[in-house]
Design a protein around this ligand. Structure first.
Ligand SMILES: Nc1ncnc2c1ncn2[C@@H]1O[C@H](COP(=O)(O)OP(=O)(O)OP(=O)(O)O)[C@@H](O)[C@H]1O
Ligand SMILES: CC(C)(CO)[C@@H](O)C(=O)[O-]
Ligand code: BAL
Length: 282
């Protein structure tokens, strides 16, 4: 597994031959959602780098850093099968030699304090800090993220624009189970009853989508009502936002909007989202 210095040297050699580089940042425990990102990266660039790093700086006190699933050996096997060129899985000490809390941090700005950021204070600063480090280490032409983490992909795209980072951000649609549950590394924490309750996230998004043509108010009401029909999942937020700003839409909004939902099922926090086409209010 290359160190930071080795990865830089190996990628510099490939770049000298004219190769383009795509980076897929992950926290490991790979599933088909991650593999869709890797396949997209494979289509877009000559060299694909996948990072596997459970970043302590994006976990708050009392969150699931310690129990976050880790399966490096099987992850590397799956990535090798997909023809990934380099797996970068640094130790925490190599990424944060001065410790996990000391050092420069990227500030996500006000959108970083909303939605996921309201429930996970500091999460997006920690996420953007490690993403900026990964961009500086791999210097990719392209970086591929999942739409499942919609606020994350929004904030990464905004960071790249705001800081003039020379990397193109590509978002891949959410990969789902046949019944609609969004794949997530954290789904493995769910027992059978919780797995059934977790479906309420996708169902509430489907209800919102079905009501979207009737206007913003109806969409929100139907989505929240569909969520309320289920036991075992506690709703954190259900919001409809403008994809360009990530701010909540008003009643007179028309066009493409993004519905964001988060819930806690048992002790597991899950998120999901979907784009909808909002029609005129009736
Ligand atoms: N179901 C999915 N479809 C598409 N992309 C996904 C999916 N799940 C995760 N990703 C993307 O994979 C990348 C790495 O995410 P990460 O390693 O945190 O996995 P995860 O499944 O989101 O884990 P968790 O939900 O437990 O945080 C992110 O860009 C994320 O958006
Ligand atoms: C982008 C990321 C790898 C940064 O740690 C993480 O937030 C994730 O897995 O989505
Ligand atoms: N998938 C986003 C990373 C996190 O939950 O910390």
């Amino acid at each position: 597994m290359p160190t930071i210095a080795e990865l830089r040297r190996l990628l510099a050699e490939r770049r000298a031959d004219g190769a383009s580089v795509a980076l897929v940042p992950t926290m490991g425990a790979l599933h088909a959602g991650h593999l869709a990102l890797v396949r997209r990266a494979r289509e877009l660039a000559d060299v694909v780098v996948v990072s596997i790093f459970v970043n302590p700086r994006q976990f708050g006190p009392g969150e699931d850093l310690d129990r976050y699933p880790r399966s490096l050996e099987s992850d590397v096997a799956a990535l090798t099968e997909l023809g990934v060129d380099f797996v970068f899985a640094p130790a925490v000490d190599e990424m944060y030699p001065r410790g996990a809390v000391d050092g420069t941090t990227v500030n996500a700005g006000p959108i970083g304090d909303r939605y996921e950021g309201a429930s996970r204070p500091g999460h997006f600063n920690g996420m953007l800090t490690v993403v900026a480090k990964l961009f500086n280490i791999a210097q990719p032409d392209i970086a591929v993220f999942g739409q499942k983490d919609a606020q994350q992909v929004f904030l990464v795209t905004r960071m790249v624009a705001d800081l003039d980072a020379p990397v193109e951000i590509v978002a891949v649609p959410t990969v789902r189970e046949p019944d609609g549950l969004a794949l997530s590394s954290r789904n493995r924490f769910l027992d059978d009853a919780q797995r059934a309750a977790a479906l309420t996230l996708a169902e509430s998004l489907r209800a919102a989508d079905a009501a979207a043509a009737q206007g913003a108010g109806e969409l929100l009401a139907e989505g929240v009502a569909a969520f309320g029909d289920h036991d075992g999942a506690s709703l954190d937020y259900f919001v409809v936002v403008d994809p360009d700003t990530l701010l909540p839409i008003g009643d007179d909004f028309r066009g493409r909007a993004l519905v964001l939902v988060a819930a806690v099922v048992g002790t597991t926090r899950l998120i999901d989202n979907t784009f909808v086409d909002v029609g005129p209010a009736r």
